[in-house]
Structure formats: C-alpha cells, structure tokens
Design a protein around this ligand. Structure first.
Ligand SMILES: [Zn+2]
Ligand SMILES: [Zn+2]
Length: 451
C-alpha cells in the first residue's frame, strides 16, 4: 500500500503554477472599441508600436489592437519568454482558438499563456505522456482495482446464464471435468480481469473546475478550459490524446466510479458543498471516541483487505458509512491515512513546502511559530481547514501519549510523508517531520490566535 503515494504525478501542476499571469496594458479612452474587448484594446496600432509598449513590461503583459484600418480582424500582442508575439484573434459570439472557447479575452490569454508555458517548460513530460501511459497501472485501475474486479466477476456470472454456477460451491464446479469457457477463479494475486467485456467510453471535451488529473497517465490536466475529456457514462477523465489509448472498458452503470478517494480536495468539497471531507470527519470522530488510548494508533497498520473494504464502503455509502462495524480501530486510522495519501495535492501543498522548511530552521520557537502561521495562511482555504482539523486532532491524540505511545514526534514521523507535499528528489524528511511536530506541539498558539 505504501507505493500508492506516487500514483499521481505533480510535475505538470507545479510547472503550471509558474506560468506568467495575464497583465493587461490599459488604454483609457480608446475610440471605436468593440463591445467584446475591454480597456486592453488600443485601437489601430502597428506591431512596432505594440512591441515598444510591451517591451519593458513583465511576461504575461498583453494588449489588443487592430493592425490597420482595413483589417477585418484584431490582433493580440503579448510578452512571453521575454519576447513579443502577435496572434490573430477570432470571435463569433465567444472568443475561440481551434476547438477551445472562452467567455472573455482574459480567459483566452490566461489559458494561452499556460499552454505556451507548458510547451516551453514541460515539453519533455508532454512527449513522454503518450509513450509511457500504461492502463493496467493507471490511477483509474489502481484506485478501483477491487471494484473493477468485483464488477467483472458479476458481469461474467450474469452473462453465463447457467444456474449451476450461481450456487455457493462454484469452485467445485470449476475443478470438475466440465471446463468453464474461461477462468472463473481469479485469486487475490491475479490482476483484475479487465478485458472480459468491452464498451467504449463516450468521451466529450470537458472544461473542468478545480484541479484534475488524467486517470490514464496520472499527470495534471493543465489549462483553464477544455483541459481534457470526460466519459459521459462513467466519468473517466483524461487528456484528449490519452483518451485515444484508453481501452474499451467503460462501466456505465457506475456513475460514481471515481468515488471520493484520489480526488483533489477543493474539487471534492465544491462538489459536495462542504468544508471538510466526510471521510476525514467520520474517521477522526471514530478514533476520538474509541482509539485515543489504543497503543500505536496511526503507527500500527490495519489489515490491507479491511482498509480496502472501508474505502469501498466510503465510495459507495458516502456519509452513511457505518464505522462501528470495523472493530479494529487501526483499520479506521489506516483508511484515513490512505485518503490523505491519495490526495493529488497533499494538504501542505507544493507551493507552501519551501516556506515550511524555511520556517522550521528559524532559531527560536517564537519565530518558528509566527512563520509557520504565515505558511498556513498561504494554503488554499480547503487545505487550510482540513489541515487545521487534522493537526488539532493529532494534538489531542498526543495528549494521550503516555498510554498510546504516540508523541508529537512519533505522529509527525508517521504523517509527514502523507501530509507534506515533498518534491520526489527529497528523500530525507527530517525537516518535514520537525515542521509537522512543531504544528502538533504548538497547535494552540498557532491556531487559536489565528483568526
Ligand atoms: Zn466510460
Ligand atoms: Zn493523460
């Protein structure tokens, strides 16, 4: 289960974060401004004059102009990679470039800047995506292995229409002389029988809200609009190009195949109109009601099969999931850790990671605490809330350390790889552990004075 940490690939997401932001160069009172442009419209202006205006501005600066009075089109000029570029613009009620459509010219520029930035900085990854993506090891299959397997088995059995195989002693039938037409007894070690039946996905170009990752290649869906495609029947999400390589294995009756595990936190909370994921809230409540005195809570791992069962139950039953049936509290703790580990962007994000490491190296605790608070303030709201909830919980767990043996240091050793987004190159997590330990120890000072 440890290898699940790396199912998502954050590089494209990190590179997108570094793309220049649109910065419009304003022309206050431009005559004959078309209604679909704003103050970035500069009227009739040649490319030399546009270049002069943009030259000393930061990357991402742009303006709209008309090259000469006879043109029936408009031109976008922007600065990107320290050079000025000019593009012909298209408008027919909405702004568009090929099959991508934008409500405002600002959206078009923002998306265009990201696309150019990705082509410049992520060229090597974009090329690799198509050659390397492997369906059987894709996040889709990894996250839903058990579910897909169960479905395939149900499907096979119902297709057989032979009542004899529906009896409880199916296995005996298989070992009898009458050979079934195909192997009906996948063992736990077998990969799920994914190719036994086929229905192609109904992929449609989709504009995603929030952050989404391709379920084939595990990379980020970059851009602001039409970032990829989504299957209308099962919800499979992919890059346009990747979708051409997804096998015909659509399971249309499972609208919610994606469940709640492995989905970006902000995206999930927006979809559920919630401020905290129910998986986190329910697991924490359960652990606080009967796990605080359990020795080695969060360190001792639960059985993988039971954790997988609880994960399935959360995906299927949502809020209504009954945790009391899992008598081993380590299963609940393990499922919570799994949920947090499967977040594409961990609670402490890639942008905040360097600030966190900087903060923990300050000389005095007072400065450390002040700087840690600043770090937390720069988290996205969904991450801020969920992390606060988790840290306050871990603080309470640590208050029982005499019995459960889980000191702030022990807890942070367990949770650092899960909660802190650490670039793959970093293998020594000692700073991350110290930072998390400080959050847990000084939780009251850090959070209760915060707002
Ligand atoms: Zn599908
Ligand atoms: Zn992809």
């Amino acid at each position: 289960m440890e290898n699940l940490k790396s199912i998502w690939k954050p590089e494209l997401y990190r590179i997108q974060m570094e793309a220049p932001l649109p910065n419009h160069i304003i022309c206050e009172n431009c005559p004959n401004r078309p209604e679909f442009y704003g103050k970035e419209y500069h009227g009739i202006m040649g490319h030399k004059e546009a270049t002069l205006l943009l030259e000393d501005e930061p990357n991402g600066s742009f303006l709209i102009r008309k090259g000469n009075e006879y043109n029936d089109f408009y031109t976008l000029s922007w600065k990107f990679d320290d050079r000025i570029h000019h593009y012909k613009l298209y408008y027919d009620g909405t702004h568009y470039i090929k099959d991508k459509r934008y409500d405002t010219i600002y959206d078009l520029v923002a998306d265009g800047l990201i696309t150019c930035h990705m082509e410049l900085k992520a060229h090597h990854i974009l090329e690799m995506i198509n050659s390397r993506a492997n369906y059987t090891e894709s996040p889709y299959v990894t996250l839903n292995r058990k579910k897909l397997k169960t479905l395939s088995q149900i499907h096979q059995e119902s297709n057989r229409a032979s009542p004899i195989f529906l009896k409880s002693d199916t296995k005996q039938e298989i070992h009898s002389d009458r050979k079934p037409p195909f192997n009906l007894t996948p063992t736990l070690e077998d990969p799920p029988p994914l190719y036994k039946y086929s229905k192609s996905h109904s992929f449609k170009v989709h504009t995603f809200k929030g952050l989404n990752w391709c379920e084939l290649c595990a990379n980020f869906l970059w851009g602001f609009t039409a970032q990829g495609v989504k299957c209308e029947d099962c919800g499979f999400i992919a890059h346009s190009k990747c979708s051409e390589r997804v096998p015909n294995h659509c399971v249309p009756d499972l609208k919610k195949l994606r469940g709640v595990f492995g989905i970006d936190l902000t995206t999930l909370l927006n979809a559920h109109s919630s401020t905290l994921p129910f998986v986190v809230r329910k697991c924490v409540n359960e652990i606080e009601s009967r796990g605080l005195d359990s020795e080695g809570i969060y360190r001792v791992s639960g059985f993988a099969d039971e954790i997988e069962a609880l994960k399935l139950a959360f995906d299927r039953d949502g809020e209504a999931t009954d945790l009391s049936v899992y008598s081993n509290i380590n299963v609940v703790a393990g499922t919570l850790k799994l949920y947090l580990r499967l977040l594409p962007v961990p609670l402490i994000t890639y942008e905040v990671h360097p600030k966190l490491i900087n903060a923990i190296q300050m000389k005095t605790t007072v400065v450390q605490v002040a700087m840690l608070r600043e770090c937390l303030d720069s988290l996205p709201p969904a991450h801020f809330n969920c992390l606060q909830y988790m840290v306050q919980h871990l603080h309470r767990v640590a208050q029982h350390a005499e019995v459960n043996k889980m000191s702030p240091h022990n807890l942070s050793t367990v949770f650092a790889p899960t909660l802190v987004a650490t670039p793959p190159a970093i293998t020594d997590l000692s700073f991350e552990i110290r930072a998390l330990q400080a959050l847990i120890e000084y939780c009251p000072q850090i959070y209760y004075n915060n707002k």
